[in-house]
Design a protein around this ligand. Structure first.
Ligand SMILES: NC(=O)c1ccc[n+]([C@@H]2O[C@H](COP(=O)([O-])OP(=O)(O)OC[C@H]3O[C@@H](n4cnc5c(N)ncnc54)[C@H](O)[C@@H]3O)[C@@H](O)[C@H]2O)c1
Length: 324
């Protein structure tokens, strides 16, 4: 039986804990969260108990799903206890702090996986496999559309590190995942078009271009408000063709009448859209713990996505491309 403790019983911690509890051969070793009510609700749902933080690091493997400012400390505490880690993104909002925490993980030789769940979405994974198999030839253009249905509360925005580090970081990881080579330059343009986001000091609308040394170009467009649901699409254009993954809807119905063709809206948000991805992601963590030959986003991927986010912020302020 593989024991995995979960730190943080909020939105994403609950997903991971429930997915772990549903896996054969896996036991949720306990839930640690200072919010006693949230911890005991989730513990009951996962047939486990509420535990203290130290007990979580003694479980041998831990999922860190607490707020971002806690991540780096918890990774270091896990490393000190020789405990394997699945840590939600981002590892920290400061690249220097991320480097220190990766050094601790490396010194302790612990397994460290970062929660870039979109790599495990069945459609995006198939898109990656299609590119890797050479079906569309050399990848020349990548177009990533990533828009939230509505902005988060002001308190979240103020602590989030800004759009690029909080939201676009997933798209930066996806661009790195799909491109054959690391981007060497980033250019970003950003606006604050929504009153509540502007009041919180953040941006909500952005267009980012990444360039690789061989000339492949990835564009990312973000918005914190999409009236038609959670908009998550990718198109990859290569020398010999194109492969695209569109939005998912609750049913595959198309209704046509004199007003036109209609489908269901896009799935509401990340919990629904990436349900399968979260399951595959945590199953990969378990497979890695079991020594299986699986690939997963590690600490270095977490750092590189953050460095691109920092460069995008700099570019959006200076108006110039920033070298990576
Ligand atoms: N990969 C994804 O798709 C995804 C989605 C959402 C959130 N996240 C990341 O997951 C993290 C949590 O986000 P969320 O939306 O679940 O937040 P949340 O606010 O819903 O939940 C956070 C939980 O952590 C608990 N907590 C606070 N301090 C703690 C501490 N010191 N020790 C243990 N628990 C503590 C809170 O009581 C709360 O229950 C963030 O870093 C966020 O960036 C990732």
């Amino acid at each position: 039986m593989r024991d995995v403790a979960v730190i943080g019983a909020g939105r994403i911690g609950a997903i991971h804990a429930r997915n772990l509890a549903a896996m054969p051969g896996v036991r949720v070793a306990g839930i640690a969260d200072p919010d006693a009510a949230a911890a005991s609700r989730l513990a009951a749902a996962c047939r486990t108990e509420v535990i203290a933080l130290d007990a979580a690091f003694a479980a041998g493997a831990v999922v860190i799903a607490s707020p971002t400012p806690t991540h780096a400390d918890f990774v270091e505490r896990a490393a000190a206890a020789g405990c394997a880690v699945f840590c939600e993104k981002p590892l920290d909002l400061d690249a220097g702090r991320v480097r220190a925490c990766l050094a601790a993980a490396t010194r302790a030789s612990i397994l460290l996986m970062v929660g870039f769940n979109r790599r495990f979405d069945p459609s995006f994974a198939a898109l990656k496999a299609t590119i890797a198999a050479g079906v569309i030839g050399r990848l020349e253009l990548l177009s990533i559309t990533s828009r939230d249905p509505a902005p988060p509360p002001a308190a979240y925005l103020r602590a989030s590190g800004g759009l690029f580090r909080d939201m676009t970081i997933h798209d930066f990881d996806m661009a790195r995942f799909l491109l054959d080579e690391e981007p060497v330059g980033v250019h970003a343009t950003a606006s604050a078009l929504l009153d509540e986001v502007r009041a919180a000091g953040d941006i909500d609308t952005a267009a980012v271009t990444l360039r690789t040394a061989s000339g492949a170009i990835a564009t990312i467009t973000n918005s914190r408000r999409a009236s038609y649901g959670y908009d998550q699409r990718i198109e990859a254009h290569g020398a010999d063709g194109l492969v695209a993954a569109g939005n998912r809807t609750a049913t595959s119905l198309t209704l046509a009448d004199r007003h036109g063709f209609r489908t269901d809206p896009a799935l509401p948000f990340f919990l629904e859209r990436y349900e399968a991805a979260y399951r595959a992601e945590i199953a990969t963590f378990i497979a890695a713990l079991d020594g299986e030959d699986v690939t997963f986003p590690g600490g270095e991927d977490g750092l590189r996505a953050l460095l691109i986010a920092d460069a995008a912020l700099e570019s959006s302020r200076s108006g110039r491309e920033v070298a990576l």
